[in-house]
Design a protein around this ligand. Structure first.
Ligand code: GLN
Length: 253
């Protein structure tokens, strides 16, 4: 009798301990639900839209994306990849979306779909202060540095000919080539252009603007569900002034 009582007590105690353990775990889960991860691809060589601060990618796009993820109750993860890898990676599903000061173009619309636009970009020409290039016409026949597969690359190739284009992995390397005299100018978006000119002596931006364009977020063609959700969040953030606030924080008028 005594022995079976002991066994029952031990079993009961075990049941209690296991039950409590399970309950506690369940409790933990309800306190901190696992958030679904939203993977963004960018190229963090495009200040002030995206650049590195230590290990973290920061900038206008990173901040807007974080607010969108917050609205969707998802966890944002940013992958820093080559600009030309963004669209293929989004198409294959490796990344959920691409956000990289990316211009909406007819050609890209064959491969991906875009959100509504959240910012305007302008293609400009960076030259050396003592350059003999004084207008867009003077660019003809000159060596033009561009970032591979950007709209600067695409337009300049169309307008000035493949033989005059020198392609680089990112804007920073293209600007370095200009400083070293390997190219005569660099065609790039105006905001990164301003950063590069501010960071390097002896450079200026040609006054005539080359091309005005819209930036948007890209998604795989069949991912209209995510695109619609992001669009709703994005438009709320545009309407309540959050997007403008982030842009103003990085771009001083
Ligand atoms: N706006 C340009 C484009 O979409 C450049 C973008 C970038 O270099 N990150 O091609």
């Amino acid at each position: 009798m005594k022995k079976s009582f002991k066994i029952i007590s031990v079993v009961l105690a075990l049941v209690l301990v296991i039950g409590c353990f399970a309950a506690c775990q369940k409790d933990d889960k309800t306190k901190e639900p696992q958030k679904e991860v939203l993977v963004m691809a960018t190229n963090a060589e495009f200040p002030p839209y995206e650049y590195r601060e230590g290990d973290a990618v920061t900038g206008i796009d990173a901040e807007i994306a974080q607010l969108i993820a917050d609205k969707l109750g998802m966890e944002l993860k940013i992958e820093d990849v080559a600009f030309e890898s963004i669209i293929p990676g989004v198409q294959s599903g490796k990344y959920d979306f691409g956000m990289a000061g990316m211009t909406v173009t007819e050609d890209r619309l064959k491969d991906v779909i875009f959100s509504d636009s959240y910012a305007t970009g302008v293609q400009v020409v960076i030259i050396k202060e003592d350059s003999d290039i004084a207008s867009l016409d003077d660019v003809a026949g000159k060596k033009i540095g561009v970032q591979t597969n950007t709209t600067g690359d695409i337009y300049a190739t169309d307008d000035y000919g493949e033989e005059n284009i020198v392609r680089y992995e990112n804007g920073a390397v293209a600007v370095q080539a200009l400083l070293n005299g390997k190219v005569d100018c660099v065609v790039i978006d105006n905001e990164p252009a301003k950063s590069y000119v501010a960071a390097n002596e002896g450079l200026k931006i040609l006054e005539t603007e080359y091309m005005v364009e819209d930036y948007a977020i890209c998604f795989a063609k069949d991912n209209t569900e995510l695109k619609d959700k992001v669009n709703t969040a994005l438009n709320e953030l545009i309407d309540d002034g959050s997007v403008q606030k982030i842009i103003d924080k990085y771009i001083k008028a």
